[in-house]
Design a protein around this ligand. Structure first.
Ligand code: FAD
Length: 497
């Protein structure tokens, strides 16, 4: 949830009590820390992956997003010979920090908010000396909340908040019994996984307006309609995020120098010699002797294990032998971001923050440059997920700016005269992502959770789709990568339980 609607209302009208204890989050932090504290990185040449006769157990990691980097870092720390192969000319994947959108400021083109309840991100930030800064805007100012084409007044917003609180509290309490690490092991897991979030919304049955708000909120985050979201998947997220704190603390911070600075730090710590950029893996053949990898430029590598750390949406572009089980295809949502540079924070002139929520084609808006000093420039971020993203993606490029100008102006009348330019990031159209954020489909956790968690022989999986308690987030990717490395190190007796 980017600056979720619920989060905004909660900030505005008061925090709810935590449904789960602080210990739950602390325990998660310790678990994540375990994977990070494996020791310092040594150095190892790439040659063993070509010639054989390894001096250490070899692992090839496909993809240098947060999951692949976190996995490679932890494996290198444990003494493995690691080679990361990345198709793009940069590391970070769906995290990209842009410094050429708003003059003198940075904005996030993909993954943006870091949670106070995200232990792995925080552990890495401490390790590399990265500062996490408050991402909130001035809570005393009014925020445009627009549902059914109408902007809500303060009373209506308060009433809506109360209704949403009651509805979401049912998720907080239901989540308490869920095993967030391995949700398929929860009591009644199959029943909960077959339920959809649409079933849940029909069951709680709030007023039509609250229904719209909850639907907009959950669709913006998941990037698919509620019928395509698993109730068990949502409960695992709530449990992982600390119960009610999931709704209020998951988007509290950004990295001061940009989220991509973590990717850069991990890349440097792994060692540039161990990361091949601009190289796409086209085939992975797993046999008794090892794993054989072929790249688009015809290079061949071998290793004892391989970690597939690309979004599942692009697995079909890699020839996998043996083939993956037919049903093994985690869902990814559709997301687009439109970031507009503006002359200044003009919304303050009329006593408003940049934060807005609508159930129209832009789900959420916020200031992409909040917390950065200097009044001479700023940027507005607009996020669309699921049906809203589909509407935006259907707009011809030549009409896109005019479309966004009209939509943004509904909330901020002075947008037109302050607009400087914009950057459109279509993650669903990106051939190496084919989607935005992962969210478990109904039945997905039962059908494939265990396989994604344990891998298939020498083939392992890492990514935001393989960490159910933080699915679809940078934390999920980091946690999943470190956890896979930890399980491998345990398997090989490199570390003890
Ligand atoms: C618009 C948007 C907003 C978001 N907002 C937030 C947020 O506020 N907070 C949050 O925590 N998360 C957010 N996220 C989610 C977060 O960015 C992702 O969950 C996370 O970055 C996923 O990391 P990953 O490593 O699993 O995958 P990726 O980042 O996708 O990394 C996979 C890598 O694999 C590479 N690759 C693909 N195919 C191949 C191949 N054949 N060979 C070699 N390499 C290959 C790709 O180039 C990529 O670098 C957002 C995402 C989007 C798109």
């Amino acid at each position: 949830m980017n600056q979720s609607f619920y989060w905004r209302l909660a900030r505005r009208y008061g925090e709810r009590e935590a449904g789960l204890s602080r210990r739950t989050v602390l325990k998660a932090a310790m678990a994540a820390g375990g994977a990070l504290l494996l020791g310092a990185c040594g150095s190892s040449p790439v040659d063993p992956f070509v010639q054989g006769s390894p001096s250490a157990r070899r692992v090839i990691v496909i993809g240098a997003g947060f999951a692949g980097l976190s996995c490679a870092y932890a494996l290198r720390s444990a003494g493995y010979a690691v080679l990361v192969i990345e198709a793009r000319d940069r590391v970070g994947g769906r995290v990209i920090t842009l410094s050429d959108v708003a003059e003198g400021k940075i904005v996030e083109g993909g993954g943006e908010f870091v949670g106070k309840n995200h232990p792995t991100w925080q552990a890495y930030a401490r390790l590399f000396g990265l500062e996490l800064q408050d991402a909130t805007e001035d809570e005393n100012l009014e925020k445009p909340l627009c549902l059914e084409g109408k902007t809500l007044d303060a009373d209506a917003a308060r009433k809506l908040y109360q209704e949403m609180t009651e509805a979401l509290a049912t998720l907080d309490s239901a989540a308490e019994v869920v095993n967030a690490d391995e949700p398929w092991k929860s009591a009644e897991a199959a029943v909960m996984d077959s339920r959809t979030m649409a079933d849940w919304l029909a069951w709680v049955n709030p007023s039509p307006l609250a229904k719209r708000a909850l639907r907009a909120e959950l669709e913006a985050r998941g990037g698919v309609g509620l019928k395509k979201q698993s109730y068990l998947g949502q409960l695992a997220l709530v449990k992982g995020g600390g119960g009610s704190k999931y709704w209020t603390e998951s988007e509290a911070w950004r990295a001061k120098g940009g989220n991509q600075s973590l990717a850069t730090k991990l890349y440097e710590a792994i060692g540039a010699a161990h990361v091949m950029l601009k190289t796409r893996v086209v085939s992975v053949v797993t046999g008794n002797q090892g794993v054989f990898i072929t790249t688009d430029n015809g290079q061949r590598f071998m290793a004892e294990d391989v970690v597939l750390a690309t979004p599942a949406s692009v697995w079909s572009k890699i020839r996998l032998a043996p083939e993956l089980p037919e049903k093994l295809l985690p869902q990814i949502g559709s997301h687009v971001k439109y970031i507009s540079a503006v002359r200044r924070r003009f919304w303050k002139d009329v006593g408003m923050t940049a934060r807005g929520l609508t159930d129209g084609p832009i789900n959420q808006m916020w200031e992409a440059t909040s917390g950065q000093s200097g009044e001479h420039s700023a940027a507005l971020a607009c996020l669309s997920g699921g049906n809203a993203a589909a509407k935006v993606r259907a707009i011809p490029e030549a009409q896109r700016d005019a479309f966004f100008a009209a939509e943004i102006s509904k909330a901020f009348a002075d947008y037109g005269e302050n607009r400087l330019g914009a950057r459109y990031l279509d993650w669903t159209g990106d051939v190496l992502a084919r989607g935005g954020r992962c969210v478990a489909a109904p039945g997905e956790i039962m059908a494939m959770g265990e396989t994604l968690y344990h891998g298939i022989g020498r083939l392992h999986f890492a990514g935001d789709f393989a960490c159910w308690k933080f699915a679809g987030s940078m934390e999920g990717a980091l946690n999943s990568g470190a956890s896979v490395a930890q399980r491998m190190a345990l398997r090989d007796g490199v570390i003890r339980a």
